[in-house]
Design a binder for this molecule. Structure first.
Ligand code: NAD
Length: 299
């Protein structure tokens, strides 16, 4: 099936970006959220994306304004999904909320409509039954700032139909994404399966006082040719997110090292307003961090 009409459920940070990108690429999009008040904010979010597209992609005002003709907004789920070939769910990362949403969606969506979750940390098999159509359900995971960071990780659960998997891969390419298929379920997909252990290892080296931030980053940059070291990446991710992950791991495992990492992030960074690139300072000071200065790599 060649998808023509897409519904995006949840119009927050990611949902609004997903809706914009899909409409920008010429598809019709229905945006669904819980009430009309939230949808007013969604319209504002979408409006604010226009200059970002113009600045980052060099596209014209006409091109970004054309998006308005292809997006509609709905607080009634049946109306939102009436024409949908695919529903992309981007509602909060709360299991109970998603289960309830899929139960409702399964009842009102046309039989041929496929469903995809943008969940970052939950697995599609957790919701497959609730959808009432497990074969037509999978994960389609985008990154924040979708127009620039254009990865789409497409992940099956054991019951996903191969045909649906292939269709969603095709669709992801059609909306300008680099499609990255995962043939099996994997918590954290590919990217976070690689990235999270690297970032955790760097933080543990720091709290064990093996080396300082710059030496750890320099090691990684010189040895692998990577443009950023783990602490520079943490500044992009945001120190709050790193803290939340560290704290959750400390609670789940009782591991003292995770506890110490979380404490360090809170006392030395979060409490001092150093939240990463977004606030101008994290492990480094921006816009001229030391790792970008000439001579950093060979000093
Ligand atoms: P968000 O809190 O910004 O937005 C969530 C939206 O869902 C809100 O507009 C809220 O009103 C709406 N909502 C709540 N309950 C709903 C319901 N029952 N039906 C419809 N809409 C409902 O969240 P977000 O950051 O956009 O994250 C959404 C999903 O995307 C999560 O699963 C998250 O893991 C994933 N994700 C987020 C990021 C990120 O960087 N923020 C990146 C990739 C994936």
């Amino acid at each position: 099936m060649n998808y023509k009409h897409i519904t995006v459920a949840g119009s927050g940070v990611l949902g609004s970006q997903i809706a914009f990108q899909i409409a920008f690429k010429g598809f019709n999009v229905s945006v669904y959220d819980i009430n009309d008040e939230v949808l007013v904010r969604a319209k504002e979010r979408i409006e604010q994306l226009k200059p970002r597209y113009q600045e980052d992609l060099g596209v014209t005002e006409e091109e970004v304004n054309a998006v308005d003709l292809r997006i509609s907004f709905h607080s009634d789920l049946s109306a939102a999904v009436a024409k949908a070939d695919l529903v992309i769910e981007a509602i909060p990362e709360v299991v109970r909320l998603k289960v309830d949403f899929y139960k409702e969606l399964g009842k009102v969506a046309p039989d041929q409509t496929n469903f995809a979750t943008n969940s970052s940390t939950l697995l599609p098999s957790q919701f497959a039954e609730a959808t009432g159509r497990p074969g037509q359900f999978l994960a389609l995971h985008f990154a924040n700032e979708i127009w620039k960071n254009n990865t789409a990780e497409i992940m099956k659960h054991p019951g996903t139909d191969q045909k649906v998997f292939d269709e969603v891969i095709y669709f992801a390419k059609a909306i300008g994404m680099v499609a990255l298929p995962l043939n099996k379920e994997q918590p954290g997909y590919i990217l976070n399966s690689l990235l999270v252990p690297l970032l955790e290892a760097a933080q543990k080296l720091l709290i064990k006082e093996v080396a300082d931030v710059e030496t750890i980053d320099k090691t990684w940059m010189v040895a692998t040719g990577a443009p950023l070291g783990p602490f520079a990446i943490l500044d992009v991710v945001g120190i709050n997110t790193a803290y939340n992950i560290g704290q959750a791991k400390a609670q789940a495992t009782g591991n003292q090292e995770f506890e110490k990492v979380a404490q360090l992030l809170k006392l030395e960074y979060i409490d001092k307003g150093k939240l990463g690139r977004a606030t101008g300072e994290g492990f480094y000071k921006y816009p001229d961090p030391s790792f970008m200065k000439p001579g950093f790599l060979n000093s």
